[in-house]
Design a protein around this ligand. Structure first.
Ligand code: SF4
Length: 412
């Protein structure tokens, strides 16, 4: 099989994995004339697409889509009737270098089905990164998918070469993983995440205390994971609780939410259709509220429903459920409270805080500061604006933010 055909199969097989954004790594470039590539944004474009059409800017491939495991939600499972292919280590290295030189990509996202053993597969994955870094002096971004059962020494070596490592938790609940991926061991997944966390903490401490010599690197962009949404019946509350636990226990950089995509010849245990993509979007918004806005997982979702509303964003939904905490006086509110105002992002809040030291903020100042007002005005007090209690407490406020109903077309 030629490399072109392998690439068709193995790039297609990798498109179901969404956990490969290239944020948060260290800055590297080759402007000194040594080495190849950089991690600067926009240095290469990859045309790798998730099934829903999102563009992901990395060469995103599997080393092989053959796999010993039979995870029901996975197109590469051993019982799947798809064409199989396998790259050699040198083929992936050459493709990465060629694509980088042509400016098609800014880095590599490499995963693999499990063949022979976890150690054998992980060794192959690590070999690609080792060759790229040591033989070709490649300084672009590398994200390696880690195999939880692999030997500690291999994982340590992966961290030496990769910017980011990830292990997919796959399902929000342990019993769903046992049902859909019986060969996977959630304890091994969590144990390896724990090992990665220790190594990441150690590397950070080494950087902090380093004096003369540069300390050994370990995955400077940290670790991430992916959860498939909508393959099982887990509620948004369960999903966010799991994410909060993962962030807290293993200090993950990101949890990616991937709306389940129906796959060919799927098991009857799986749903026939994907969940609405807006659900994935709302989960990402909720995830940001946990990471950057000081929200706890257990306050984002309405306990009585268990699901995020699809028609309005989670911060607005929270504010509508907690109207007694508003309106907030912009002149005196704490940063924590300002971050809870619908429509206010972290930068908008910082601009407000910097400005209110100098002047009392008016409506015109919000415009000048590029602070969005549409969602915020019913919830804030300015020196020339005070929302009526009637508006804030009225049933019409929720309706005001919902998208207008539109008559559906005939479909022809
Ligand atoms: S181990 Fe990975 S590649 Fe293999 S079937 Fe499971 S999810 Fe797919």
């Amino acid at each position: 099989m030629d490399v072109q055909r392998k690439l068709e199969i193995l790039a297609d097989a990798a498109k179901y994995d969404a956990s490969c954004a290239s944020s948060g790594t260290e800055k590297r470039d080759s402007s000194d004339g040594k080495g190849l590539g950089s991690t600067a944004p926009g240095m290469g474009i990859c045309h790798s697409y998730a099934p829903d059409g999102r563009c992901i800017s990395l060469l995103k491939v599997l080393l092989t889509n053959a796999c010993n495991y039979d995870c029901l939600y996975c197109v590469n499972r051993t019982s799947s009737n798809v064409p199989r292919a396998r790259f050699t280590v040198d083929e992936v290295v050459k493709l990465t270098i060629d694509f980088y030189r042509r400016n098609y990509i800014e880095g590599l996202f490499l995963s693999s089905g499990i063949i022979r053993s976890a150690d054998y597969t992980m060794e192959q994955v690590v070999s690609v990164a080792r060759k790229l870094r040591e033989e070709h002096h490649f300084r672009g971004y590398i994200h390696l998918k880690t195999i939880p059962e692999a030997d500690d020494a291999l994982i340590a070596e992966a961290g030496k070469y990769a910017d980011r490592l990830s292990i997919n938790i796959e399902m929000p609940e342990e019993n769903s993983l046992a049902k859909f991926a019986p060969e996977k061991d959630v304890r091994a997944i969590r144990r390896t995440m724990g090992r990665l966390r220790l190594k990441l903490d150690e590397a950070k401490e080494n950087v902090r205390t380093a004096t003369k010599t540069k300390p050994p690197r370990f995955a400077p962009a940290g670790q991430s994971t992916q959860m498939i949404i909508g393959a099982d019946a887990a509620s948004d509350k369960t999903i966010l609780d799991t994410s909060a636990n993962l962030y807290g226990s293993y200090r993950l950089k990101r949890v990616y939410y991937s709306a389940f995509s129906p796959i060919p010849d799927a098991s009857r245990a799986l749903p026939l259709v994907s969940p609405p993509l807006i659900r994935e979007h709302r989960l990402y918004q909720a995830d940001w509220l946990m990471r950057f806005y000081g929200f706890d997982a257990n306050e984002i979702v309405d306990e009585t429903k268990g699901m995020l509303p699809l028609d309005i964003d989670p911060k607005l939904a929270w504010a509508l459920r907690h109207r007694d905490r508003f309106p907030l006086d912009i002149a005196t509110a704490s940063r924590e409270d300002l971050l809870r105002v619908p429509g206010f992002g972290t930068k908008a809040v910082d601009r407000i805080i910097a400005t209110r030291r100098l002047t009392s903020i008016r409506l015109a100042d919000l415009v000048r500061l590029h602070v969005p007002q549409k969602k915020a005005l019913p919830f804030i007090v300015l020196s020339d604006h005070r929302p009526s209690r009637h508006l804030l407490d009225g049933a019409g406020l929720t309706e005001r933010f919902k998208p207008k109903a539109a008559q559906l077309g005939f479909g022809f």
